[in-house]
Design a binder for this molecule. Sequence first.
Ligand SMILES: [Zn+2]
Ligand SMILES: [Zn+2]
Length: 319
Amino acid sequence: MTLSLPKGQDKPQRRAFIAGALGVCASALWPPRLSAQNSKTRLILLGTGGGPRPRAAPSSPAQVIIANGVPYVVDCGDGVSRQLVAAGVSLPALRHIFITHQHSDHNADYGNLILLSWAIGLRTPVDTWGPPPLAGMTRLFFEMNAFDINTRIADEGRVPLVPLVRVHELTAGGVVLQDDNVKVTAALVHHPPIQHAFAYRFDAPDRSIVISGDTAVSKNLIALAQGADVLVHEALWVPAVDRIVAKIPNATTLKQHIIDSHTAAEDCGRVAAAAGVKTLVLSHLVPPDDPAITDQTWIDAAKKHFSGRIVVGKDLMEI
Ligand SMILES: [Zn+2]
Ligand SMILES: [Zn+2]
């Protein structure tokens, strides 16, 4: 059978326009709409290793920001559901998912996170944001899993899953969400050949957190991250790229591609300094698990140009 998205979720351009219009309105309201904050805004790194290769550790890229007790998941690399459980986040409380870009190290478990959260009790809407073809991917994922979904509805009395999920495709930067807990702003970053790759900024009353997604040095990211408390930035150890591409047929081309679409650890420090952030968190580490590259290696590279606090990201680290 065919499962379709709820009415009105099949026109990405119209949605982007509406999101943009809402962004302007929401921005004008900021911050008086915020309800009283009753807990510190938390950032937990769920997966800190870059690239799609499944590993024992570190897990693939994902993080969660918890504002007023509400989780905002950014990226859904392999194992994101398990990592959320390990971080103590209740999956039926899933409410918001942001995908930075459609590379499999960032989206492989996007659908699984929704499906598995629903299978253990999610009954409330989930809003998802990300670049095209997020709407099509969501629809096809539900179609692929229609047997399980329909079985659980009939057998376990679960609420229908498909109408719970509201997809918001993004093709431009700007404010994408403002609710009682946070304002979320997206910016297009530079991650060729991907046209639509985003960084996200979360402004809560007590702190601001920016997630770079994958990007080469990006002026848009520097602008987005101005004055933020925390910048989680992807980091590449360039001398290791030769080893990474060694077994791949088009090694020379791929090496240049990796360097051109990511940010060297040293340049992460430059970006953090230019944005004036307080804390730089290096994550999406590439290579992710080379014992020859120590935390000090990463820190020494980044601190050449940045005098603030530098943290080397670890799975389940809270910042
Ligand atoms: Zn990546
Ligand atoms: Zn990527």
